[in-house]
Ligand binder design. Sequence first.
Ligand code: LMR
Length: 333
Amino acid sequence: MRKLVLAVAAAAVLMATVAASAQSPIIIKFSHVVANDTPKGKGALKFKELAEKYTNGKVKVEVYPNSSLYKDKEEIEALQLGSVQMLAPSTAKFAPLGAKEFEALDLPWLFKDEAAYAKAMKGPVGKWLFKKLEPKGISGLAYWDNGFHMVSSNRPLLMPDDFQGLKVRISGSKIADQYFREVGSIPQIMAFSEVYQALQTGVVDGCENTASNYLTQKFHEVQKHITISYHAHLQYAVIVNSKFWNGLPADIRKQLDKAMDEATDYTNSIAVKENEDALAEIKKSGKTTLHTLTDDQRKAWQTAMAPTYKWAKGRVGQEVLDLIAKELDIKMN
Ligand code: LMR
């Protein structure tokens, strides 16, 4: 009798477990390094909201902002291992994945404005770049915008000579490394989560980033001068672990694709305004001095950084440069 009771109890536990796991949601861990109150942070939360709504709660998205789960380099390893399912790193950080072609997007003064950037990414360039990720077990879902970079230090950066000897934090791209070297500075790759302290303690003298990142990380509080140079563009690729994504039930994946499309439109529609608002906030804070380049100063930067284009051929290859040039209707030499 006792054996029977035990067997019935065990069967009940088993059935309850099966029932619970049939109902328990699919978890998507979405890790990123910026604050919630930025274009990417808001985009991730929008995706969470829509994904959970369209799948009727069958999917739960856990967003981990501000490097709270992983830092830059670790998060890409974690994605490949399947410890997280979704990331949106800046495309300047893809070389460790063996996809250095993405760095072509970091060329200085490549996109004359936001419209040029959007046009290039909507065309074949974006898709061609995503193909480079497939052999690594990673699928690209979307590109998210975060506008143009400013640059800062504790001295005004107005002419190329002002960069001489300056230790500048960069996020990973060898193209950025190159254009900063061409103006005489000393670039150094560093995780985003370490930048504030490095600027504060003088481990580095300066950095580049968008207004929304300056504001939310308080970089402007530890940099006396910011130049609104808009010399390069910052964009993200939303990426997933392919095995995870392709293994999802087809109807769920369809809903998630819809959620991602809408979250992408949303993010790309707010990026410019978010950065304008952040810039206004930085100005209002009075904690740093903002500089705008004159035409002559901008031309001097462009001339000094121009050799990056020739150098880039050996780094990213001719094919991607040709694709971008065609899309933007420009000549790259
Ligand atoms: C950086 O590391 O500077 C940026 O790429 C951070 C981000 O994700 O915007």
